[in-house]
Design a protein around this ligand. Structure first.
Ligand code: ADP
Ligand code: MG
Length: 252
């Protein structure tokens, strides 16, 4: 059981043709583990997140992604979700006309193969929203439409709690949150992790979130690959000294 990323190379399609962004990412996440990926702007963190989930703009040119023995590399987005992968995007997409309640119900049905029982489901949804400090009236609103930055992130984590995927990729879910919202989001992620059966890939460029969500491993990520890995102390070192010290290795 693990999410295993092996020598992943990914191209993004640009106007002037394909451009390699990921240059050999290796990473194994076991159940119960939190792997933090810390890297500067433009280092390819979101590209990694999108490539894992199967965004059509990003092409895996070599390497593999295997989730609990299932090779995701050639699967469509919905198949990857059914296999147990979840992505909270850095910039959540607004879906006008689709209510949060409908969206969650459709997602749950697609993932489990049967519609959730109406009575218990509504309670579950309201409890998940309440956990994230969101009013029950959020159910009736269009997905992410007019949500503040913090509300988008909090509803993503409510979704994570309800759907309970095996592995979650959280792309800068901490960015733009004030300290109270950061705590609420971190509590939600820790609740998801509590039973030890789930793994998290936590993408961030600030170490602050790691005070609330304890990483098993911290990876320094530059120019499309991991250049150093270590314990939580690596995040403190980054905070104190910056990314420059790793630059030479990324260029090598
Ligand atoms: P990060 O999330 O670490 O800030 P990204 O993965 O968003 O980095 O971007 C990595 C690099 O890939 C950047 O130089 C960015 O401009 C480029 N890139 C990503 N997506 C696209 C795209 N759709 N078209 C062109 N360039 C892209
Ligand atoms: Mg990004």
């Amino acid at each position: 059981m693990s999410l295993e990323i092996r020598d992943l190379h990914v191209d993004v399609m640009t106007e002037s043709g394909p451009k390699e962004i990921l240059k050999g990412v290796d990473l194994t996440i076991n159940p119960g583990e939190v792997h933090a990926i810390m890297g500067p702007n433009g280092s390819g963190k979101s590209t990694l997140a999108y490539a894992l989930m199967g965004h059509p703009k990003y092409t895996i040119t070599s390497g593999s992604v295997v989730l609990d023995g299932v090779d995701l590399t050639r699967l469509a987005v919905d198949e990857r979700a059914r296999a147990g992968l979840f992505l909270a995007m850095q910039y959540p997409v607004e879906v006008p006309g689709v209510s949060v309640a409908n969206f969650l119900r459709t997602a749950k049905t697609a993932l489990s193969g049967e519609a959730p029982k109406v009575r218990t489901w509504v309670k579950e949804v309201n409890a998940a929203l309440a956990h994230m400090d969101l009013d029950p009236s959020f159910s009736a609103r269009s997905v992410n439409e007019g949500f503040s930055g913090g509300e988008k992130k909090r509803s993503d984590i409510a979704q994570l709690g309800l759907l309970g995927p095996k592995y979650a990729v959280l792309d800068e879910t901490d960015s733009g949150l004030d300290i109270d919202a950061l705590r609420v989001v971190a509590d939600g992620v820790n609740r998801y992790l509590a039973d030890g059966t789930h793994g998290v890939l936590l993408i961030t460029h600030y170490s602050r979130v790691l005070q609330y969500i304890k990483p098993t491993v911290v990876h320094v990520y530059m120019d499309g690959r991991i250049v150093a890995s270590g314990g939580p102390e690596l995040a403190d070192r980054l905070e104190a000294e910056g990314y420059e010290q790793f630059e030479a290795r990324a260029d090598a």
